[in-house]
Ligand binder design. Structure first.
Ligand SMILES: Cc1cc2nc3c(=O)[nH]c(=O)nc-3n(C[C@H](O)[C@H](O)[C@H](O)COP(=O)(O)OP(=O)(O)OC[C@H]3O[C@@H](n4cnc5c(N)ncnc54)[C@H](O)[C@@H]3O)c2cc1C
Length: 445
């Protein structure tokens, strides 16, 4: 027998699954009621810091000092146990899944217990290129030399990525940062040349393992300096692995880049001509602090318009000439954003078109672990009998040192999104008050 609150849902890939119904009447009015109290209090602490400019500036300053390579014992986050403990219980656990496989698996289960369809998990190693100083910094990447035909960094990336795949199940996604494979790969991306054979073989091994386990792959978008190489390698993976009517592999498109609509049009054309499904994960873009400013739209409004027009265009199956002058290719869409307006408008459009029998594309929604829980849980509260919207949390695992660049980006993002950070703080404060009120009314009865 299935539990009474279980139901069948049809997923975007048309398989039938049994899931437990997590939405409750409270969820619609108080979306954050699904957060365990421990997580609520930690989120409230981090939101308090993020919404107070002085506290946030101080944290940003501290994080950027800690993330510089070769810190001594006192400032070495993986060596100084007191510093490690403080960071772990606050920022790290708020935004990251764990320092090892066991910790990451426990976090994944906790997120699924809160009602998320699955997780998107990343292994934290990456290389960030700073356009201002013309330097690149490999976080968690050792200086080890390559010997002929063998690179220790690629091997470490392969092992770490395969370890991530083993944490995941068939409603989950693996997100990969290709620059995590180190200098021999980033050099190839930056110079538009073919990456080392060892790396291409590792990518193939990871893709085959994901296919066996039913885990889909999202290739993250990174610094512009490397991005053309990343897009090219990922398109080749899509050609090979996306020929069964769904996307095993997704590319990430950064809507803040002026070049993105043209890039997407080229990839739609390739998908249409060559008959593979284009996996489109759409983000606004996270590298404003380090990338060349002239490549990015001049205003936030321009970026918002670009994001919404690509999202809505894909859902209506009309982008440029595709869907009007020429047919629309097979596309699987993933909207990765904390912007409530973008998320809600896309969800309502998808729902309307599905109800009216109009053509649309399968869509998933994702927010980062530890951020915008109000948006995630508001979406979850809208889940209907078909299991849509499908909502995911995206997390990162790796040692504290490996995760620092990621944590720093989250802090910068919170600084730049003042309005959203204040909204998050107010929503968390209201939930803390609601729970305190409920506790007092019970104890005074
Ligand atoms: C699940 C998930 C996965 C992600 N993966 C990636 C990834 O692979 N690669 C990546 O680069 N990012 C990634 N991001 C981060 C993303 O690109 C954004 O930085 C972040 O989500 C904030 O944008 P937003 O859409 O949530 O909302 P908002 O807060 O509405 O938008 C903020 C964003 O708008 C843009 N912006 C702000 N000010 C300006 C301005 N003056 N001019 C032009 N544009 C401006 C910037 O992109 C900024 O990040 C991911 C985010 C999520 C939720």
């Amino acid at each position: 027998m299935f539990p009474r609150n279980a139901r069948f849902v049809s997923t975007s890939t048309s398989t039938l699954k049994v899931t437990a119904q997590k939405a409750s009447p409270t969820a619609a009015h108080a979306p954050l009621s699904a957060l365990p109290t421990r997580v609520l209090l930690r989120s409230f602490l981090v939101a308090t810091i993020s919404s107070k400019p002085l506290l946030l500036r101080t944290s940003l300053w501290a994080l950027s000092i800690l993330s510089k390579p070769n810190r001594g014992f006192l400032l070495g986050v993986d060596r100084n146990p007191i510093l490690h403990g403080i960071l772990k219980k606050t920022f790290y656990e708020q935004f990251c899944a764990g320092e090892n496989g066991a910790e990451a698996k426990a976090t994944i289960q906790e997120l699924k217990d809160m009602g998320f369809r699955g997780v998107i998990m990343t292994y934290a190693k990456e290389t960030v290129f700073d356009h201002g100083t013309n330097t690149e910094q490999g976080l968690g990447i050792s200086e080890s030399e390559s010997q002929e035909g063998y690179c220790a960094n690629i091997e470490a990336w392969r092992k770490g990525t395969l370890e991530t795949v083993e944490q995941l199940g068939n409603s989950d996604y693996l997100a990969v940062k290709l620059t995590g494979a180190g200098p021999s790969v980033t050099e190839a991306f930056a110079s538009n040349s073919v990456p080392p054979k060892q790396f291409l073989e590792a990518l193939e091994e990871v893709s085959n393992r994901c296919k066996e386990r039913g885990v889909r792959i999202i290739v993250d978008a990174e610094s512009q300096h490397f991005q053309w190489g990343i897009l090219r390698v990922t398109l080749d993976l899509m050609r090979k692995y996306n020929c069964d009517g769904y996307a095993l592999v997704y590319n990430t498109y950064q809507a803040y880049l002026k070049s993105t609509s043209e890039t997407l049009a080229k990839h739609l054309a390739a998908s249409q001509q060559e008959g593979f499904t284009l996996g489109v994960k759409l983000v606004r873009g996270a590298y404003m602090a380090s990338d060349k400013r002239s490549l990015i739209y001049d205003t936030k409004e321009d970026t918002d318009n670009a994001y919404n027009s690509i999202a809505q265009g894909a859902l209506k199956q009309t982008i440029g000439d595709f869907g009007t002058k020429t047919s629309f290719p097979s596309v699987n869409l993933f909207l990765a954003t904390h912007n409530k307006e973008s998320v809600m408008n896309a969800h309502h459009l998808h729902k309307q078109r599905t109800a009216a029998g109009l053509p649309t594309v399968p869509v998933g929604f994702a927010q980062l672990h530890g951020m915008s829980d109000e948006v995630s849980f508001s979406l979850l509260a809208l889940k209907d009998s078909s299991g849509t919207p499908e909502v995911y949390k995206c997390s990162t695992w790796g040692t504290m040192g490996e995760c620092l660049a990621y944590l720093l980006r989250r802090a910068i993002e919170n600084r730049d999104a003042v309005l959203r950070t204040t909204d998050e703080y107010n929503a968390l404060k209201a939930e803390v008050r609601r729970r305190l009120g409920a506790a007092f009314s019970v104890s005074s009865r």
